[in-house]
Design a protein around this ligand. Structure first.
Ligand SMILES: Cc1cc2nc3c(=O)[nH]c(=O)nc-3n(C[C@H](O)[C@H](O)[C@H](O)COP(=O)(O)OP(=O)(O)OC[C@H]3O[C@@H](n4cnc5c(N)ncnc54)[C@H](O)[C@@H]3O)c2cc1C
Length: 233
């Protein structure tokens, strides 16, 4: 997917040519759009396994766009090429054992260190697609007070090799090949440069982008929809 250029075309946004030399052979980057993205997911769905499709593009499609759209240029330049080439993997970590639909009240906390150089992250994430294989976690954290609700949420790019990140596969009824994961962050030291967007303004970013493009490419997709629910592979 990476070496053939497809990953760069799966983010519901302008194809980022500056971060990868890999190109989709049949469609020029400037002509690539959401319709091509839908065709691609449709073709992948011929495998007949929703888990497989989520395995190959799930974490990438929702974890990468916030980084590209709101991450600092130096961070994007350092991280994105490896992801687009398929050498590294990324996921989106919002949901927690006690916060599913109620994202505004999530509890995974990120406390700024006294010297202002790091966030110290502690908390748990649940149901994270691709998490067991991921190098990077686009993570919703609480940087505000417990009472701050949606106005106290930020997004951090947490890197597995920062230490304190552990992942375990969840024993799920469906889409098990997508690697649904329970993630634990324990005193993870995250440089402030890894803040995606602005502190305490992460909630809006999470919901204005990238999730809305998913219904556009998946809902009308004749092959993906039948395999996305209720099967065990
Ligand atoms: C296979 C799989 C993969 C996933 N991948 C990811 C991922 O990659 N990253 C990630 O962050 N999360 C992921 N999730 C988590 C998913 O986004 C959550 O399951 C979802 O947000 C719902 O949360 P919940 O399961 O805790 O349900 P709950 O929030 O407990 O909701 C249970 C039910 O109550 C209803 N409900 C909740 N609140 C209200 C309300 N106020 N009024 C009326 N009805 C309400 C809901 O609609 C639902 O029917 C994944 C989940 C699954 C199953």
């Amino acid at each position: 997917m990476g070496t053939r250029g497809y990953l760069a075309g799966l983010m519901g946004m302008h194809y980022p040519t500056e971060y990868t030399d890999n190109r989709i052979k049949s469609v020029a980057p400037e002509k690539w759009d959401l319709f091509h993205e839908m065709l691609l997911t449709d073709e992948l769905s011929r495998a007949g396994s929703g888990g497989f499709v989520w395995n190959v593009i799930g974490g990438f499609g929702i974890g990468c766009p916030p980084l590209v759209k709101f991450g600092k240029k130096e961070l994007v330049k350092r991280i994105l090429p490896g992801i687009l080439n398929g050498d590294k993997r990324i996921c989106l970590a919002i949901t927690e054992p006690d916060a599913g639909s109620d994202v505004a009240n999530l509890g995974c906390e990120a406390v700024l260190s006294e010297d202002g150089k790091h966030y110290i992250v502690n908390g748990e994430k649940k149901w994270i697609t691709n998490g067991i294989w991921c190098d990077y976690f686009t993570t919703a954290v609480r940087t505000g007070t417990k009472e701050s609700g949606m106005n106290g949420i930020s997004v951090l790019l947490i890197e597995r090799d920062m230490g304190g990140v552990s992942t375990r596969r969840m024993d799920c009824q469906g889409v098990w090949s997508s690697g649904t994961t329970y993630v634990t962050f324990e005193d993870v030291k995250v440089p402030v440069e890894n803040l995606i967007g602005k502190e305490n303004k992460g909630f809006k970013g999470l919901f204005t982008f990238p999730l809305p493009h998913y219904p556009l490419i998946l809902t009308p997709n004749p092959r993906f929809f039948p395999i996305s629910n209720g099967i065990t592979c």
